[in-house]
Design a protein around this ligand. Structure first.
Ligand code: ZN
Length: 345
């Protein structure tokens, strides 16, 4: 029999109909999975036997990044309809329902710059995105802390799509690990998701994935799945590997992973971050240039008043260029290839 708390088993629709909040509820499916709604966009699945993993899947931290929202909505609906039986504790988060309803990346402020306490810095909890960042931190904390005792592994995969095209369609951002080794099995999992370009960060960040990694010791990633498109216009076949792999992870089914071979990856580290210093900041390449584009050494990339930025290194590639950011904000990230040989666990 179908449950009565979430109309049509459509948690995304239910969330978007109640963007400001949902009353908590709990019920059990016939297959023994306990379902708890904690808030709008926050749903937790607990199998009768809790497995050894605590998995957080998040989407919609940026409201117009529709493909990940559709992927998560489908997974939740299939759990509620018992087409997919979780064998691991799983928390699914729809990050910013108000921004999804508005069809915008954000309502007032970039939610993915507000974690690890940044929501309460400066002016404090002055807008809904700041309040949501705090709430999401509290839900993730509760989820990990309520896990059964014993040796368990924590994961958080924060799914996004990029504003612009990318030379490598899908890529992941591996948060700064403060000197700890990168996880071979996670690179293999990313590859199974169709993601073989990975940016290895070397500094702390205000992102959701860094928060989960640094605060909770989770294997956590920001995963960019391709270019932003409106709802219903995503070709879901382009996401079949990530859909299949996430569902296998949740269901504790066999994953189609290959042994890690660096030759099959594009691994990068940040070489420099270019910040906008004046209103005169200008990019010297086409607006629609793809992420990970490279130019010959010496090529003029940007000017900012009297300052010129040119390509300095062979293989230096640009990502996330945006001349429209506020003065003082990052306008572009320059990355260079790197190896992880001997540095994996
Ligand atoms: Zn995003």
């Amino acid at each position: 029999m179908s449950q009565q708390w979430i109309p049509n088993d459509d948690f995304l629709r239910h969330t978007l109909n109640h963007p400001a909040g949902l009353s908590p509820c709990e019920f059990r499916l016939d297959n023994g999975v306990t379902v708890q709604v904690w808030d709008t966009g926050v749903i937790c699945f607990e199998p009768a036997a809790a497995g050894d993993k605590d998995i957080v899947l998040s989407c919609g931290v940026h409201g117009n990044e529709t493909a990940p929202i559709e992927i998560c909505a489908e997974l939740v609906q299939d759990v509620l309809r018992q087409k997919l039986a979780p064998k691991q504790r799983t928390l699914v988060l729809i990050g910013n329902p108000a921004a999804i309803n508005a069809g915008k990346r954000e309502v007032e402020e970039n939610l993915n710059r507000l974690f690890s306490g940044h929501h309460s810095k400066g002016a404090g909890l002055i807008n809904d995105e700041r309040k949501r960042a705090l709430a999401l931190e509290q839900y993730v904390t509760r989820f990990y802390q309520q896990a059964p005792k014993g040796t368990r592994k924590r994961y958080l995969y924060d799914l996004h799509t990029a504003i612009r095209g990318s030379r490598f369609e899908k890529f992941a951002v591996y948060p700064f690990l403060h000197g700890k080794p990168w996880q071979k099995n996670q690179l293999e999992f990313l590859q199974a998701c169709g993601v073989s370009t990975v940016l290895l960060m070397q500094t702390a960040a205000s992102t959701f994935s860094y928060y989960a990694s640094n605060t909770h010791g989770a294997d956590a990633f920001t995963i960019e799945l391709g270019k932003v498109r409106p709802f219903g216009q995503n070709d879901m076949n382009r996401f079949s590997e990530v859909r299949t792999s996430l569902r296998a992870l949740v269901a504790d089914a066999a994953l189609k992973t290959q042994d890690f071979d660096e030759a099959n990856f594009h691994l990068y580290e940040v070489y420099r971050s270019i910040h906008k210093q004046t209103q005169d900041f200008k990019l010297h390449f086409a607006d629609d240039v793809e992420n990970f584009t490279t130019y010959p050494v010496g090529t003029l990339l940007a000017t900012d008043g009297d300052t010129e930025y040119r390509v300095e290194q062979e293989g230096e590639a640009l990502i996330f260029p945006n001349a429209k950011v506020a003065v003082g904000q990052r306008a572009m990230l320059m990355v260079i290839p790197r190896s992880v040989k001997g540095q994996l666990a």
